[in-house]
Design a protein around this ligand. Structure first.
Ligand code: SME
Length: 160
């Protein structure tokens, strides 16, 4: 039998976490800790959620693990975060220095992934991960991060 990869292990840990976490907020905190600790190239992990009722819409930083970022509130027309939330699509940037949308959080960041979170087919927020390594997010990483975003959406849906 093939050995379980690190990504599979972490995916299973996070699935288990979703079953025991009392709230979506607890789950988000647990995901930040698990991804930051276990995935060695995930150097900043955080959730941005759309502020309820805000017009124009704005993403607000919630649970995160890593250095404090100057970007705690991001309008949808700014940054890779704004682009992911407004398009509802996963965005992977292999070299942030080449993406004009990029808002710098740390000078060390080289690549980034942002995955939207949906509740009842509407974007409610996103999971954002920065790496100190270029092109850190391959297809298996994308699947892992999308799984995390999906289970947070499901948890939020259950609490409606
Ligand atoms: N880089 C993001 C901003 C958030 S910080 O990375 C934590 C962006 O371009 O939207």
């Amino acid at each position: 039998m093939p050995t379980t990869t690190r990504i599979e292990e972490v995916r299973n840990e996070i699935t288990a976490l979703a079953q025991v976490a009392p709230t979506a907020k607890d789950l988000m905190q647990g995901i930040c800790r698990a991804l930051h600790e276990r995935m060695l190239k995930y150097n900043w992990v955080g959730f941005y959620m759309l502020e309820a009722g805000a017009q124009p819409p704005v993403l607000v930083l919630q649970a995160f693990v890593g250095a404090m970022t100057p970007h705690t509130r991001i309008p949808l027309n700014q940054g890779i975060c704004g682009a992911a939330a407004s398009s509802g699509k996963t965005i992977v940037v292999d070299d942030v220095s080449k993406d004009p949308r990029y808002l710098a959080c740390s000078l060390e960041t080289k690549s980034e992934i942002v995955v939207p979170i949906f509740v009842k087919d509407q974007v409610v927020g996103e999971l954002d991960i920065d790496s100190h390594f270029a092109a850190a997010f391959g297809i298996e990483d994308q699947k892992l991060v999308q799984h995390c975003a999906e289970i947070v959406g499901k948890k939020m849906e259950k609490s409606l």
